[in-house]
Each structure stands twice: as C-alpha cells, then as structure tokens.
Design a protein around this ligand. Structure first.
Ligand SMILES: NC(=O)c1ccc[n+]([C@@H]2O[C@H](COP(=O)([O-])OP(=O)(O)OC[C@H]3O[C@@H](n4cnc5c(N)ncnc54)[C@H](O)[C@@H]3O)[C@@H](O)[C@H]2O)c1
Length: 246
C-alpha cells in the first residue's frame, strides 16, 4: 500500500466506533499499519478486521495496561481519540461522574502519550493528534465537565509540543463540532430535550449541519502526516465554523 503513511505504524484509541473508526480507516487506506485500541474489545476487533489492522482491548484509564499495550513497540502516529461525554447541568453532576470523564478524556490521553513518547523520541519522529472538541474552546451548556476536559487537553498538547520539538515530534489537536456518531445518537435518543440540544448544536455551526466522522478523519490524517511538518501546538476546528460562536 502506498500513501502518506506507507511503512508507518499508528495507534488510534477509541477506534471501535464513530470518529475513531473513521480515523483508523483513513490512516490504513493511506498505508499505515493501524493498532485499534478500545475498551470495547469486540468493536475494536471489528474495526481492525475491516481495515486490515490489529486490535487491542484497552481501558485508557488504566496506566499500567496502557504502558503494557502501547509501550513495547515504536509508533509514528498516536491519535488520542477515546472520549466520553456525560450530559447534565453542572449542579446535577456528582463527583463520580466528573471523575470518570476526567479519567477517560484527560488521564487517558496522558497515559497513552507517555507510553508512546519514549519510542518516538528514540526515533526522533512522531505525530500526536488529540481529538478535543469545540466545547473546550467555547464552552457548552449541560456539558461543563466535558468542556473542562477538552480545554485541559489544549494546555497539555501545547506543553508536549514544546517539550518534544527537539525530537521532531509534533503535537496538535483537532476540535470537532457536532458529528454524526453514536455519541450524537445518544443525544438524539433523549427525546424532546435531546432533539433541542442537537438543534442548538447544529444552529451553532455556520454550515448548519452535523459533520461526518470522515470529515474529522481527513483533518486528523493531515496533521498526522509527514507533510504537516511545520505545524505544532495548534488546534484545527472541524466544526462547520462553530468556533466563531454566535
Ligand atoms: N461526536 C461528536 O459530536 C463529537 C464532537 C466533538 C468531539 N468529539 C470527540 O471525538 C472523540 C470520538 O467520539 P465519537 O463521537 O466517535 O464517540 P463514540 O462514543 O462513538 O466513540 C468513543 C469511543 O471511545 C471508546 N472509549 C470510551 N471509553 C474508553 C476507555 N476508557 N478506554 C478506551 N476506549 C474508550 C468507546 O468504546 C468508543 O469506541 C471523543 O474524544 C469525543 O469527545 C465528538
């Protein structure tokens, strides 16, 4: 297979489903050998089977398991995509729910990045792309903790970019807007209130529609590719203009 990722090894977390599956497919289509890492073992195996990659069942909130799964082989590309959303007014969110979101969305990214960095540093090459959200840039109603987790990843990514530029490793974020995945379907499934939430999210975009996982995957693939060699510490919105606000 020829392509931008020919001969490269990539790991995509949360690639059993939605955006992660589309990213894994895109990288594989362009020549990467892709490791699909997801807490959903069956889904990970299905995605891996579809793209000719390999799968590992992995809970990114377990640092020891992450180091065991990802620390043993060198990767050219890490896509931190696994994420969890849990809607609710902030006054209704108990600490157990916010801890879970912080664990998956923030600590999971820390663990995966720490596991792959030594191999990238040793080979003096790496592309780290972290999937954040426009919620982290402009805030979101009934989604304060989620927005907090995604905003945190921006500071982390900028710091990793600073620390690792000397190893020719870049670190960037892609911030999707509302994208047609099971995560959005879960909002739709919440009846009238869900439909209103989704309508408001779509109205917040300039293009007036949901994005597709493939549109997000195209942006991730660009930042993960060798040609994005002079781009680091950036966030690229893939949100139909949602980042403008209003
Ligand atoms: N869909 C959207 O509208 C949207 C918008 C902005 C950002 N995002 C972000 O995009 C990313 C992908 O979201 P999606 O919409 O495809 O959601 P999704 O629910 O379809 O996929 C998330 C994947 O992460 C996996 N996952 C969850 N917890 C995990 C854990 N502890 N360890 C390993 N894997 C775990 C799930 O099994 C699932 O396969 C997330 O980071 C999400 O926050 C999504």
């Amino acid at each position: 297979m020829t392509g931008r990722f020919a001969g490269q090894r990539a790991v995509v977390t949360g690639a059993a489903s939605g955006i992660g599956a589309a990213i894994a497919r895109r990288l594989a289509d362009e020549g990467a050998g892709v490791l699909v890492a997801d807490i959903d073992a069956d889904g990970a195996a299905t995605t891996a089977g579809q793209i000719g990659g390999s799968a590992v069942p992995l809970d990114v909130t377990d640092p020891a398991a992450v180091h065991e799964a990802l620390g043993g082989e060198p990767f050219d590309v890490l896509v931190n995509n696994a994420g969890l959303d849990d809607f609710g007014w902030f006054t209704d969110i108990e600490p157990a729910r916010w801890r879970r979101m912080l664990a998956v969305n923030v600590e999971g990214v820390l663990a995966c990045t720490q596991a792959v960095l030594p191999g990238m540093q040793a080979r003096r090459y790496g592309r780290i792309v972290t999937v954040t959200s426009e919620a982290g840039r402009i805030g979101a109603k009934a989604n304060a903790v989620y927005a907090t987790t995604k905003a945190a990843l921006t500071g982390f990514t900028k710091s990793i970019a600073r620390e690792n530029a000397r190893f020719t490793i870049t670190a960037n974020c892609v911030a999707p807007g509302p994208t047609e995945t099971p995560m959005v379907q879960a909002i739709r499934d919440r009846g009238e209130r869900g439909a209103a939430t989704l309508a408001a999210m779509i109205a917040g975009t300039q293009l007036g529609r949901l994005g597709t996982p493939e549109e997000v995957a195209a942006a991730v693939a660009f930042l993960a590719s060798p040609e994005a060699s002079y781009i680091t510490a950036e966030t690229l919105g893939v949100s139909g203009g949602m980042g403008l606000g209003g």
